[in-house]
Design a protein. Structure first.
Length: 330
């Protein structure tokens, strides 16, 4: 447990040291967020520095390797995958700020990039002896072997969750807080799996899970530092760079631990963000009516008069409840 606490502390204090530097650098480069014209309630956020995802991504990766993560395939994979999705987000953010508009990469460019990374990540898991093609079944127990269907299923999880986390990144501290609870729950899930693997004599697998836990603990520490500057009122926002990195990492920990179905509970607010957008679009196209004042759902709550801080609390509490339920049924 000492390793994990150290990972949290190293990443947290690393992020606290890095954050003021990043904020000053981004301000000096005039890298600022452009707010969509129809999100009038966020006019005051116009010009807030973006690309703040580096505040938790860099310390998390450094802490992971500083505490021996380089000795474990799962940890190395986690870092590389997180950075890969961060690069897509960085390109998207860079185009937004350089062109001074709210559209960076085109939709198809983002999806193609996400799919390519998801394909590589899914194939890696499929070929890995400790992951393979089976997923755990909550409630009833046991595993379901998807065989070669695992690859398209895994790719769907990566793309869906990456975009769902990105959609949830719309209020100060919302995505970072919700993600922190999500990763904390999966830390507990994987910690139990590691102990069971040790007790079952699967020591090599247990060591790989240990490496993954170091990464998750490091990410939690980095997110803590980021929230110090991102909670209401935010001094910096994570941008697509941070949101896509979090989404990719969120999908990865669920898939590598063979628990993707727990996303429906632990990641319930990410799921709601996506579903609210899908429902809004479908109903509007069919009936020319809106179901919500605005989607994703957190904007609907905002327009109903709930404060940003309240909405963040709602999302964190519901995510925590969903996570506790997932621990019961896992």
């Amino acid at each position: 447990m000492t390793h994990y606490l150290l990972a949290i502390l190293i990443a947290f204090f690393g992020g606290m040291i890095l954050a003021p530097i990043i904020v000053r650098l981004i301000k000096s480069l005039n890298v600022k967020q452009t707010i969509l014209s129809y999100v009038s309630q966020h006019e005051s956020k116009q010009g807030i520095p973006t690309m703040g995802g580096s505040i938790f991504i860099l310390p998390a990766c450094i802490a992971t390797f500083a505490l021996g993560g380089g000795n474990y395939v799962f940890a190395i994979f986690a870092v590389l995958l997180t950075i890969s999705y961060a690069v897509i987000g960085f390109l998207d953010d860079f185009l937004k700020v350089s062109l001074k508009r709210n559209m960076g990469l085109r939709g198809y460019q983002k999806i193609v990039s996400q799919v390519m990374i998801a394909l590589i990540a899914s194939y890696f898991a499929y070929r890995n002896d400790f992951v393979g093609s089976a997923i755990k079944l909550p409630i009833i127990g046991g595993e379901l072997d998807l065989k070669w269907w695992y690859i398209p299923f895994s790719m769907f999880v990566y793309v869906a969750l990456t975009n769902s986390v990105n959609l949830t990144d719309g209020l100060d501290g919302l995505s970072a807080t919700t993600s922190s609870v999500y990763f904390a729950i999966f830390f507990v899930v994987i910690y139990f799996q590691m102990n069971f693997a040790n007790e079952s004599g699967r020591t090599i697998y247990a060591k790989e899970l240990h490496g993954l836990l170091i990464f998750i603990a490091s990410l939690l520490g980095g997110l803590g530092a980021f929230l110090w500057f991102n909670s209401y009122r935010a001094k910096i926002i994570m941008g697509d760079m941070g949101a896509m990195a979090l989404g990719g990492a969120a999908a990865m920990v669920a898939l590598i631990s063979k628990n993707p179905l727990l996303i429906l509970l632990t990641g319930i607010m990410f799921v709601i963000s996506s579903i609210s957008v899908i429902i809004q679009v479908i109903v509007f196209k069919l009936k020319k009516k809106k179901v919500w004042f605005m989607s994703p759902y957190h904007h609907h709550l905002e327009l109903k008069g709930h404060s940003e801080a309240k909405i963040v609390s709602y999302y964190a509490i519901i995510t925590f409840i969903g996570g506790v339920v997932s621990l019961i049924v896992m």
